[in-house]
Ligand binder design. Structure first.
Ligand SMILES: Nc1ncnc2c1ncn2[C@@H]1O[C@H](COP(=O)(O)OP(=O)(O)O)[C@@H](O)[C@H]1O
Ligand SMILES: Nc1nc2c(ncn2[C@@H]2O[C@H](COP(=O)(O)O)[C@@H](O)[C@H]2O)c(=O)[nH]1
Length: 434
C-alpha cells in the first residue's frame, strides 16, 4: 500500500515512517493487506465527436447514459466507422475506472467483479478491456460468459456535453452465485453504482449486486454507492433514498445527482441531506470543486486552521480537520463538511471531463483503505483510539481527491496512466522541509 502521500499538508505518512518502534516490529513480508471490491458492468468506451443531429438521428437524449438495442448499435457504429469519427477506444465503466484508479494510486490490489467473454480474440473489446486495466486490479473473480462484454459509445457534441449510448452485450449477466461472500466480507469497502440496477428481465446483475450489498452490510464492510447519472435517480428518487438509507454507508454523487436524490440544488445542502442516510458523502460540483461531509464525535472534533467559509450552512468547514467516523460510533455525532476548489484553480485546458468524479472517488477509497491497512498492521497505534472511517481529515481527503480529478482532466482517458508524483513540482522546496 502506497499511502495517500504528503501533498500540501504534512499529515500524510506511510506506516513504516510512523514510529521507529513499529518499524522494527513489522517486517515488510508480514504486513497484512487490505483491498477493496467493486462490481461493474464490464464495458469498453468508444469515444467520438459528433454533432447534435447525430444524437437526434439515433434517438439519443443529450447528456444521458442510455441503453440502446442491437439494431441501433449496428447503425450507429457503422456511421461512426463510415465517417471515421471514432477518436479512441479504451476500457471504461464507472466502477472499472474507479478500481483501476484506486489500484494505480494505492499501488495495491482491488478486485473487480463482473463478466468477461470466455473466448477472447486478440484485439477484441474484451482483450482491450483487460489490457487497459492495471495489473493491480484482480480480474481473477470475473465470471465467464459466452458472448461479448458491453460497449459504451461516449458521444461528445459541439458543447462538450457527453452522451453515453450503452450496447450491453452480456454485461448484465453476472449471477448471484458468482459473488464470493468471503471475498466481500474481508474487504475494506464494496463499491457499486446505480447503473447496476438498470437491467432487463433476463439479466441477473441486480440480484448479484444486492446479494453482495447484503453480504457487506452483514459483515460491517462499508458499501460505497456512486450515483452514475441523474436520469436514473430522477425516475424514482424515493426508491433510491430508501435503498441508500438501508444499505449504503458512503454516497458519491455530482451536484446534479445530488439534486435528483435530495431535492437540494446547492451541493452543500445536498451533502447535508444525504448525511441523514449515510455516514459520509462526496458531492463533486465541476468547476466549483467538491464538498465532502461526514460525522465526527464531539470528543474527536478538530477545528480548522483555514478561514471559516460562507455557505448555506454557517461555518460549515469549522471541523474539517477531523477524521470521518460512522455515525453509530459517535456518542455525540456532529456533521462536518469541507470544500475544496479545483486543484490549482483547474487545468488551463481540459482534455476530457470523462471520469473526473470517478477519479475523486478513487482517492477517497484510497484513504479509507489506508486506514484499514494501518489498523490491520498497527492496531495499537494511538491513531486507532478514535474509531474512524478515514485515515486523514476531511480537509486533506478532499484536497487529495481534487488533485486526482485534475490529473484525469488533463489526460484523455478516465483512467490514470500513472500515480501522482511523490512531490508536487508546483510546491517549493521549503514545503517539503517543514
Ligand atoms: N470545469 C472544471 N474546472 C475545474 N475543475 C473541474 C472542472 N470540472 C471538473 N473539475 C474537477 O473534477 C472534479 C469532479 O468533477 P465533476 O464534473 O463534478 O464529476 P463527474 O464526472 O462525477 O460529473 C471536481 O470536483 C473538480 O475538482
Ligand atoms: N457501468 C456503467 N458505466 C457507464 C454507464 N454509462 C456510462 N458509464 C461510464 O461512466 C464513465 C464516465 O464517468 P463520469 O463519472 O465521468 O460520468 C465512462 O467511462 C463510462 O464507461 C453505464 O450504463 N454503466
Amino acid at each position: 500500500m502506497k499511502f495517500p502521500g504528503r501533498r500540501r499538508h504534512k499529515h500524510y505518512f506511510p506506516v513504516e515512517d510512523k514510529d521507529p518502534l513499529t518499524k522494527q516490529l513489522i517486517s515488510a513480508n508480514s504486513l497484512k493487506r487490505s483491498y477493496i471490491v467493486g462490481i461493474d458492468q464490464i464495458v469498453v468506451d468508444i469515444e467520438a465527436k459528433v454533432d447534435s443531429s447525430f444524437l437526434t438521428k439515433f434517438g439519443l437524449h443529450r447528456g444521458m447514459s442510455q441503453v440502446i438495442d442491437d439494431e441501433t448499435t449496428q447503425a450507429l457504429y457503422q456511421e461512426l466507422q463510415d465517417k471515421n469519427l471514432v477518436d479512441y477506444e479504451f476500457a471504461g465503466g464507472t466502477i472499472g475506472n474507479t478500481m483501476h484508479n484506486y489500484s494505480v494510486l494505492a499501488d495495491d490490489r482491488s478486485v473487480l467483479l463482473g463478466v468477461m467473454s470466455e473466448n477472447i480474440k486478440i484485439g477484441s473489446y474484451a482483450y482491450r478491456f483487460i489490457s487497459n486495466t492495471s495489473s493491480r486490479v484482480d480480474l481473477g473473480y470475473l465470471q465467464g460468459v459466452d458472448g461479448p462484454i458491453g460497449r459504451c459509445f461516449t458521444l461528445i457534441d459541439e458543447s462538450g456535453e457527453r452522451t453515453f449510448a450503452i450496447s450491453p452485450g452480456l454485461m448484465n449477466r453476472l449471477r448471484p452465485e458468482s459473488i464470493d461472500e468471503d471475498l466481500i466480507a474481508g474487504s475494506a469497502a464494496l463499491v457499486i453504482s446505480s447503473y447496476l440496477m438498470r437491467t432487463e428481465k433476463e439479466d441477473t446483475m441486480t440480484q448479484a449486486a444486492i446479494k453482495a450489498v447484503k453480504c457487506a452490510n452483514k459483515a460491517g464492510v462499508p458499501v460505497v454507492l456512486t450515483l452514475g447519472t441523474k436520469f436514473l435517480i430522477e425516475q424514482d428518487p424515493v426508491w433510491w433514498q430508501t435503498f441508500v438509507a438501508e444499505h449504503v454507508d458512503i454516497l458519491a454523487m455530482n451536484e446534479e445527482e445530488g439534486f435528483a436524490i435530495t431535492g437540494f440544488e446547492d451541493p452543500l445542502l445536498a451533502a447535508n441531506k444525504a448525511l441523514d442516510w449515510v455516514d459520509m458523502v462526496i458531492c463533486t460540483a465541476g468547476a466549483q470543486g467538491m464538498f465532502l461531509g461526514g460525522y465526527i464525535d464531539e470528543c474527536w472534533k478538530r477545528h480548522t486552521k483555514h478561514a471559516l467559509m460562507p455557505g448555506a450552512i454557517t461555518d460549515f468547514n469549522q471541523y474539517e480537520y477531523s477524521r470521518a467516523m460512522k455515525r453509530i460510533d459517535c456518542e455525540t455525532p456532529i456533521k462536518a463538511f469541507t470544500h475544496s476548489a479545483p486543484y490549482m484553480g483547474g487545468p488551463d485546458a481540459i482534455k476530457n471531463t470523462n471520469g473526473a468524479g470517478d477519479g475523486a472517488l478513487a482517492a477517497v477509497l484510497h484513504d479509507l483503505s489506508s486506514n484499514v491497512y494501518h489498523k490491520l498492521n498497527v492496531p495499537n497505534s494511538s491513531k486507532h483510539q478514535q474509531k474512524a472511517l478515514t485515515y486523514s481529515s476531511l480537509s486533506q481527503i478532499s484536497k487529495y481527491a481534487n488533485r486526482v480529478s485534475y490529473e484525469v482532466l488533463v489526460q484523455h482517458s478516465p483512467r490514470l496512466s500513472r500515480g501522482l508524483p511523490e512531490r508536487e513540482a508546483c510546491l517549493d522546496q521549503a514545503h517539503w522541509e517543514q
